[in-house]
Design a binder for this molecule. Sequence first.
Ligand code: PLP
Length: 458
Amino acid sequence: MPLTGTGTPVEPGDYVNATKRFWHPMGPSTSDPKSETLIIISGDGNHVTDTEGNLLLDGVGGLWNVNVGHNRVEVKAAIHAQLDQLAYYQMFDGVAHPRVYDLADRITGMFAKEDMHRVLFGTNGSDAIETALKLARQYWIAAEQPARTRFLSLRNGYHGLHIGGTSIGGNAVYHYNHGPLLPGAHLLDAPWLYRNPWDSRDPVELTNHLIRQLEEQIEFLGPQTIAAFVAEPVQGAGGVIVPPDDYWRRVREVLDRHDILLVADEVVTGFGRTGNILGSRGWGVAPDILCFAKGITAGYIPLAATVFNGRVSKTIENGPGFSNVIMHGYTYSGHPTACAAALAVLDIVEAEDLPGNAARVGEVLLESMRDLERHDVVGETRGKGLMAAVDLVADKRTHEPIDPATGLAQRIAAQARREGVVVRPAGTKIIISPPLTLTGDEARTIVRALDAALTAVA
Ligand code: PLP
């Protein structure tokens, strides 16, 4: 087994009995010795190969990020060329390099319609969110309303796991071990037709409830204390929650009335996954701040971008005193090799119209998934573009979710793998987020594998 050395090709069969010295993120600190670890050794196109030599269709797209597929020569060539020229240089204190100019121009050009002016780079989605929260507060200091420090966000939302993102996140499992959290984080209900406190199944009625709740919360806290509303255009990790059509437009209208910033966490939805280049554009709203990671480099190299519109950028640039100084950034802000990877990825996204493909193939996927609802444990299938979820229930009538402790989602995912497809078990849901290069036939293959897995396991 090749335990030392770099670049040693790994062969099927290697690492099966390797001693595990690392902790998996997001799971038990000691694993059940009987539980299977999926060890992926290579990827090509929409497929990956595991250490047992099985070729698997990648229904997870790495982790909602390998949007252009694995092993793309164009991206590898761009990375290689950049490594030959300059692998890394810093950007502090007025230092730069060509690729960061190119990528900032490219991003602001793509989102000119949203009036995007400035980009601050990071390494991952959690950085993108932390940067948005800190710069939103800086905006209000520059705008001479320093009392605006609070954040509104949604239950069930996921915004990464730095302390700011953890605090505004809407799932308590990420809070238990890491308190005290950031003060001033306030949760509202998610725009979720399948499960909501009003048991409303009508999109207009639900939106009315949610907008009333938003208005009441703003009034209770005082608009003059609220910096921003932060949300995912379609909630991803929370179970692919697609809001009613009018939800975002009406939220924006309320925020505008109270002068509150809108931060769109586009870490999953950015660059095509929902069938639109921006999840938020698909709902017809222009946020003040956009957060990107994942699809921006399709996972080839980590990179994040937080992008600010004219209102925010110009206010900070013209802010009084120290408020116009950016005292935030990372060693790897604007990493040249990551920027080169992003430029190559965005070329592919545009040349191959991956948002268009996500919309078309997403329809095939969602249409075929509907048939899974005949299984007793499937309460609902839902999604938008190429992000989808199977909601597992104990009771179809009441929508009561399965008990995650049963491990049903894990067993379904393990069985789907035996059928040749990787899907992601997430508590009471199965998540599907394949590369945006997926074909219609491959979409049907994912559903067939899930169908067989549900039949075998549930
Ligand atoms: N925001 C959203 C919507 C995400 O789904 C994620 C990760 O899945 C993040 C932020 C955090 O990204 P990262 O894990 O790269 O820090």
